[in-house]
Write a protein that binds this ligand. Structure first.
Ligand code: AKG
Ligand code: FE2
Length: 197
């Protein structure tokens, strides 16, 4: 494993670590191409503030139990882990000494795809959700903002093969998003490994 050095982000009320090169370039290319081809990517319809629209990205959900994931009025039923996704899960679990049950996968097809401000604070993730978020493909900007302290913001670029680990009270005090970009870019895959009781 090629870690670079993990970076502890300096954020109030949060525990966030960024591993720029969790996977090396060769493995990252292989995982990216395989996940792009083999995952059954779908565009879901979501309801936010009473309005129904297509999600601005494709998604898929995986778990090693039968617990579905509910957010923004959608219920995602799990597919079993297999192939490269299972391999990635095993590597992350070994390196972090954490066992995950589930993975929400996101495919951002171009700069118009995005993920609006939110926290991953659904009840089934527990009091202090642990989320390991792996990125492959095009780099995208990731924003954090504190819910109460308006001057507390952070921007980072999630590079090919990186891992962003969020734990502690991060989801309680901070929101995050992947904004749209005008840049002419192609696919980015993001895997958010979670523990869903
Ligand atoms: O694409 C990303 O890096 C973030 C994804 C995310 O926040 C989520 O799926 O909850
Ligand atoms: Fe999230």
């Amino acid at each position: 494993m090629l870690f670079g050095s993990p970076i502890n982000l300096k954020m109030n009320d949060a525990e966030v670590v960024y591993y720029p090169n969790f996977f090396n370039k060769i493995d990252s290319d292989i995982h990216f191409n395989n996940l792009l081809e083999t995952i059954n990517w779908k565009q879901d319809t979501i309801t936010v503030f009473g309005k129904t629209h297509l999600q601005p990205r494709l998604t898929a959900f995986f778990a090693n139990n039968n617990h579905s994931y509910k957010y923004s009025n959608i219920v995602m039923s799990p597919n079993p882990f297999s192939g490269n996704l299972l391999e990635i899960k095993n590597i992350i679990e070994t390196e972090l000494s954490i066992k995950f049950t589930s993975c929400l996968a996101n495919l951002y097809r171009d700069g118009k795809d995005s993920n609006g401000w939110h926290a991953d604070n659904e009840k089934e993730l527990g009091e202090k959700p642990i989320i390991a978020s792996v990125s492959f493909g095009e780099e995208r900007v990731f924003h954090f903002k504190h819910r109460h302290e308006k001057d507390q913001k952070l921007k980072l670029i999630l590079q090919h093969g990186s891992l962003l680990l969020m734990k502690g009270e991060t989801q309680k005090y901070w929101l995050h998003q992947i904004p749209k970009t005008q840049k002419n870019i192609e696919n980015r895959i993001n895997l958010t490994f979670r523990i869903i009781a």
